[in-house]
Design a protein around this ligand. Structure first.
Ligand code: PEP
Ligand code: MN
Length: 310
């Protein structure tokens, strides 16, 4: 920790607020909730997600286009085509977008389309990538490695800060342990420790920690209760059909309900969830004509009983 001189807190009140856009930030009183699918699959999928999540509201949308998959034969993401989908959705819905960057040579393209560059768990100690995202100014969402210590996470953040980019958000997303019932073990103790050690904002991704959609909402609420500055949660118009991480994806109505359930918890710990956007605003977001069929399909899925056994 001693060596993370830029990441560490100088005094108990020292905190950094990272601005994603002029109106969305992370680390202040208002919590940042990021929602969206594991992978960007199509314009229709992202349009449906953005239109629906405006009502939550979520403050940012996520969706991977360069996917770090365990198997080389699994879907690797839409690449540049996916980046273009994200930036169109971002402009159309006036919502910032977060997406993963996997190598230094992707940094310029991702920074040209996205508002936040995600460095995934598997790349937390890809030092050349850390230096590359440190050499540009867009915020970086740095996810804790699968078996990284808290100190290693802070030193990874230090690489980015040392290159001159002060806009770093840390993300606890579960670590490997012996029990395979959950995909990973959500280390909320690390959130409490990080909030004491560093001035950087810390958010929690309960989706990759749990690996099962029925566990996500309770873990999300616990994360806010223990002081996290926000959440990143995977959700999909038709969760069962998600091309990646289907088992952990929430439906869009369940995601909206989850965000609403955070409000009293946020208030209890002195935080705030952004105000609900009105239905009127949601309905003025007219879907492109080619979405009619897709919407009918998704509407049907939304009427199925919720996937979380509530
Ligand atoms: C993701 O956010 O889609 C992802 C791959 O997460 P992680 O790097 O935490 O596994
Ligand atoms: Mn995922």
């Amino acid at each position: 920790m001693l060596e993370a001189k830029l990441a560490k807190k100088n005094n108990p009140h020292h905190k950094t607020v990272v601005a994603l856009t002029e109106s969305v930030s992370c680390g202040g009183r208002e919590l940042l909730v990021i929602g969206g699918p594991c992978s960007v699959e199509s314009m229709e999928q992202m349009e449906e997600t953005a239109a629906h999540l405006g009502a939550a509201p979520v403050q940012a949308l996520r969706g991977g286009v360069f996917k770090p998959r365990t198997s080389p034969y699994a879907f690797q993401g839409l690449g540049v085509e996916g980046l273009e989908i994200l930036s169109r959705i971002s402009r159309r819905h006036k919502v910032p977008v977060v997406t993963e960057v996997m190598s230094p040579d992707q940094v310029a393209a991702v920074a040209g389309h996205a508002d936040v560059l995600q460095v995934g768990s598997r790349n937390m100690q890809n030092f050349e990538l850390l230096k590359a995202v440190g050499q540009q100014r867009k915020p970086v969402l740095l996810k804790r490695g699968l078996s990284a210590t808290i100190e290693e996470l802070l030193l990874a953040a230090e690489y980015i800060l040392a290159q001159g980019n002060p806009n770093v958000i840390l993300c606890e997303r579960g670590i490997r342990s012996f029990d395979t019932f959950t995909r990973n073990v959500l280390d909320l103790g690390a959130v409490v420790v990080l909030k004491q050690l560093t001035h950087l904002p810390v958010i929690v991704d309960p989706s990759h920690a749990a690996g099962k959609r029925e566990l996500v909402a309770d873990l999300a609420r616990a994360a806010i209760a223990c002081g996290a500055d926000g959440l990143m949660i995977e959700c999909h118009p038709v969760p069962e059909q998600s091309v990646s991480d289907a088992r952990q994806a929430l439906s869009l109505p369940d995601m909206v309900e989850l965000v609403h359930s955070l409000r009293p918890i946020a208030e209890a710990v002195g935080r705030k969830i952004a105000g609900e956007r009105t239905k009127v605003q949601l309905s003025v977001v007219a879907p492109p004509a080619d979405l009619a069929g897709q919407r009918a399909l998704h509407g049907e899925a939304a009427r199925r009983p919720p996937a979380c056994g509530r």
